[in-house]
Write a new protein. Structure first.
Lengths: 499, 105
């Protein structure tokens, strides 16, 4: 039992930090200093605890897997890696939020607290060893997300985004749960190892799977496709992202997305591993539609937040390419997917931070016009935005380039090894990456080659905002230039579940 | 006896309730009705879970626990959902989702 509590240590610490933020705000209401100190200090503590727990419990190389609470919670290299990404995402979001929230009279403490609770859900997903834990963790991650989307509750756009996000989100949760119930009923267990074993036995026994099991797996897949916003289950994304307050949009575009991919890794790679050949087909089809439609619609957007929302759909597609390559037998595909998740989080949060910085004054929209002449008005902000957009496009030497190269290369290797469909997928991904350059670079053109509008003036940004932007930009470049040390960690995480 | 003693009967009923909920979610335009449809879907799932538990002896304990968990999650979801509906009703003065189209104009 003490070992079980130890394994769950980072999660317990994260919950404690969230409660501490709430208590601090009760003790000294409305002050942003103490909230920032407690939440960021607490996150540093959670990160340190995650690292030590990962090393102490699962051994130095992380490939060892430790089961806690009768197998309901798992600590391995993947848990540690994903937990660190989630902590990083939430830390960046808290750093980027205060200026934007203050300008609109929104409190910071509740924002940080709800965000921290969302993080605990994501952390629980990354260590789930049981389908029921997986479901409760998923809800723990998305419910705070609905609240955050509607955080600006007097604003029509924010609440409109929130209700669309909520209705489609809980609709997909119900679908996921239906699939879970039938998978459990047909296999007789909720443990991920048990489901994997039952499926392996069914596959080895030959013949068709039981109808109830097929039904269950189909509904599980549909529910997950909603959560990662894969086409054709993406309808909620643009409105939810455009309507939400900008720092929230930044979080929603990376946090729940990486969380949903954690769900995929635990569910598809771990539990449904024996059926890899079957779900490979589904992943390929989803990847093609998700990349292509996301990019095509992004081309026509005139609102930068909405454009980034569609581009995030396209990025989901690239990550699915990595998953497809893994299902076709290349561990590099899984490594690429994990690397992509980290790189995408940093560069997308950075891009949204610049949008939030430009909206420092209440009432400034995220339309493309707002970016006109930014290069003259606020050169540093424009340069940083250019860096993040180049990285999202996939131009070397940025993290975005390396991430795309990694997943596409893995898909090409799978194609050479006889999985022609995955090879074709790689070609489609390259074409899509080229098309995406157009809409990202259009923002750059607006920033440097258009005259600024007369009503816009340079705005003062807090030191916190600048600090966060510098860290994000340095990470974007370093992850692309010297990926070596980082790839070791990624490789360890991938081997933990990919064998 | 008869129909009521068959697991497949309950699973079919659960599937039908789930389908009605899905139809309601897709067809209704009132946010409250859509919320109710989602609750119907979750309850359909719970019926299936309880049926599995009742008919398969080894799943009996699991079934009760999962059903309780689902009820707790459904309650949490309804709380957040109603709060969001109230917030948007104050802004727009209508519960009809058709009219929440400010971002698509």
């Amino acid at each position: 039992m003490p070992n079980d509590i130890l394994a769950l240590g980072p999660f317990i610490a994260a919950v404690s930090v969230a409660i501490a933020v709430l208590l601090v705000d009760i003790a000294v209401p409305g002050r942003r200093g103490p909230v920032l100190v407690v939440s960021l200090g607490g996150l540093a503590l959670v990160a340190a605890l995650t690292l030590t727990t990962g090393q102490a419990v699962a051994g130095g190389d992380g490939t060892l897997r430790v089961l806690a609470f009768g197998g309901a919670y798992v600590v391995d290299g993947l848990t540690t890696f994903l937990d660190l990404i989630f902590v990083g995402i939430v830390a960046f979001t808290i750093v980027f939020a205060p200026d934007y929230l203050e300008a609109r009279g929104l409190p910071l403490a509740e924002f940080a607290m709800v965000l921290l609770f969302a993080m605990t859900g994501a952390m629980l997903i990354s260590g789930a060893g049981d389908l029921l834990v997986l479901f409760v963790a998923l809800e723990l991650m998305v419910l705070p997300g609905y609240m955050l989307a509607g955080y600006h509750k007097s604003d029509g756009y924010s609440t409109e985004g929130a209700i669309k996000y909520f209705l489609l989100g809980s609709f997909s949760s119900a679908i996921f749960l239906f699939g879970l119930a039938f998978t459990w009923g047909a296999t007789g267990t909720t443990s991920i190892e048990g489901v994997s074993g039952a499926l392996a036995a069914a596959v080895a026994g030959g013949g068709a799977l039981a109808p109830a099991l097929v039904l269950g797996l189909g509904f599980l897949t549909t529910g997950v496709a909603f959560k990662i916003a894969a086409v054709p289950f993406h309808y909620w994304t643009p409105d939810a992202y455009q309507g939400s307050p900008t720092p929230v949009t930044g979080y929603l575009s990376v946090g729940p997305k990486v969380g949903a991919f954690a769900l995929i890794l635990r569910l598809f790679v771990d539990a449904l591993g024996p059926l890899r050949v079957d779900w490979l087909q589904v992943v390929i089809i989803l990847a093609v539609f998700t990349m292509t439609l996301g990019n095509l619609v992004a081309l026509t957007q005139s609102n930068v937040k909405r454009m980034l929302a569609y581009s995030s759909i396209a990025h989901t597609g690239y990550m699915l390419v990595g998953l497809a390559a893994f299902a076709a037998g290349r561990i590099e595909g899984l490594e690429g997917l994990l690397y992509y998740g980290a790189a995408y989080s940093v560069m997308n949060l950075g891009a949204f931070a610049v949008v939030a910085a430009i909206q420092r004054r209440a009432g400034v929209t995220s339309g493309l016009d707002t970016f006109a002449g930014l290069g003259r008005r606020e050169p540093w902000l424009a340069i940083l935005m250019t860096l993040f957009l180049l990285s999202l496009t996939g131009i070397p030497p940025t993290a975005g380039f390396f991430a795309k190269a990694y997943v596409i290369l893995a898909a090409v290797q799978a194609g050479n090894a006889g999985y022609t469909a995955v090879g074709i997928l790689a070609v489609i991904a390259v074409i899509n990456a080229a098309a995406a350059a157009f809409y990202y670079l259009r923002v750059v053109v607006y920033m440097f080659m258009r005259e600024p509008r007369s009503e816009d003036a340079a705005m003062a940004h807090g030191r916190l905002m600048w600090g966060g932007l510098v860290v994000a930009s340095v990470l974007t470049v370093v992850l692309g230039l010297i990926p070596g040390p980082f790839l070791d960690i990624v490789g360890r995480a991938a081997r933990a579940i990919g064998g | 006896m008869g129909l009521a003693n068959d697991l497949n009967f309950y699973l079919t009923l659960s599937g039908m309730l789930f389908a009605i909920g899905t139809f309601g979610f897709l067809a209704r335009r009132n946010a409250i009705s859509m919320l109710m449809s989602i609750e119907l879907m979750l309850n359909a799932v719970n019926l299936a879970i309880v049926a599995f538990g009742a008919f398969i002896p080894s799943l009996q304990l699991d079934g009760a626990i999962i059903a309780l968990m689902v009820m707790a999650v459904a309650a949490a979801e309804a709380t957040v959902g109603l709060a969001i509906v109230i917030a948007i009703f104050r802004n727009r003065k209508t519960p009809l989702v058709d009219e929440y189209d400010a971002m698509r104009r």
